[in-house]
Design a protein around this ligand. Structure first.
Ligand code: NCD
Length: 315
């Protein structure tokens, strides 16, 4: 049995490098299931996974659902507009009612930072954080690390640029923790208004902050672009999207400043023409759809470990 001594997956911050490697290794064993004519193993037969998504999601929600189904778990999906939270029920009441139906895992996405952690202390099921406000999105970091490992052969010693709306990005936070724990250097690039305090302290001296994209790109192995999180921005934090893309958009000219074999990543959804030029997003260096494919396998690993699947995972 694989050693993973956590009951929930709430964040990357508290995990050890060995935990990350365990999850990545196991997830990569699940990748081949997507290539089979019958994409299903009986591993989690009889287990129940509830996906409680109280914020919009295409990739993450579908990915968790497919992951659960490929492992033969029963997957139930509840989205914000279809749940009783619109009738005024609190998240905790909703979750307690769902918990009374004995699910094994509850996957939760919520606009409030700390939502998943709060549920983990109050319900019996294992809880997976599928994104809590601007705090963390741990399975995104796993799929990002797996993608980097696959294309670069390692993570240790690489230079990864993360550019965009860092201040509101749970993806950036989870990736900074994961990448630095695994020995990469992270260069954050963003206008001052979209930076967050304390970034340099997050990664044991491996994080640097740049207010311009171009110097950060020099010699980079990986360039990860993030969306402006319009739904989380209260006031005007940058002049307009045209101006933003002029200074912080990734185009072919800027990408040429990174290493010749640098890969381009994006968690989606893309805002084409703002943070990334279509020619780069669709170009040969982009691994954006590989990120999505790996997401299913990484979520299979998480569900497998938390729902207590049997040994012999990928048979
Ligand atoms: C991200 C999210 O929701 O945090 N998307 C995702 O899960 N792939 C990033 C975003 O919304 O920009």
């Amino acid at each position: 049995m694989t050693a993973f001594a956590h009951r929930h997956l709430l964040a990357i911050e508290p995990l050890a490098a060995e935990d990350l490697t365990t999850l990545l290794d196991l997830g990569e064993r699940f990748l081949e299931i997507a290539e089979r004519p019958i994409k299903k193993v009986p591993t989690l037969r009889g287990k129940t996974v509830i996906n409680l998504f109280l914020e919009p999601s295409t990739r993450t929600r579908t990915s968790f659902e497919i992951a659960a189904k490929r492992l033969s778990a029963d997957a139930i999906n509840i989205s914000g507009s279809a749940s009783s939270t619109v009738k005024g029920e609190t998240l905790l009441d909703t979750a307690r009612n769902l918990d009374a139906m004995s699910p094994d895992v509850v996957v939760v996405r919520h606009a409030q930072a700390g939502a998943a952690e709060m549920l983990a202390t109050r319900i019996k099921a294992a809880v997976v954080n599928a994104g809590d406000g601007a705090h963390e999105h741990p399975t995104q970091a796993l799929l990002d690390c797996s993608t980097i490992r696959a294309h670069k052969g390692r993570i240790e010693g690489l230079t990864v640029v993360i550019c965009g709306d860092i201040r509101h990005s749970r993806v950036a936070r989870s990736d900074i923790w994961a990448l630095t724990k695994l020995g990469a250097r992270v260069r954050i690039a963003a206008p001052r208004t979209l930076l967050a305090p304390g970034l340099e302290e997050m990664g044991a001296g491996r994080v640097s902050v740049h207010e311009r994209l171009e110097p950060a790109l020099e010699g980079a192995d990986v360039v990860m672009m993030l969306r402006i999180q319009k739904e989380r921005i209260g006031g005007a934090l940058f002049p307009n999207t045209r101006e933003y893309s002029r200074y912080y958009g990734l185009n072919a000219r800027r990408l040429a400043m990174a290493k010749p074999d640098a890969i381009v990543m994006h968690p989606g959804p893309l805002n084409r023409g703002i943070e990334i030029d279509p020619s780069v997003a669709d170009g040969p260096r982009a691994v954006i759809l590989d990120q999505v494919s790996r997401g299913v396998a990484m979520r299979m690993a998480v569900l497998y470990l938390l729902a207590g699947g049997e040994a012999g995972a990928s048979e």
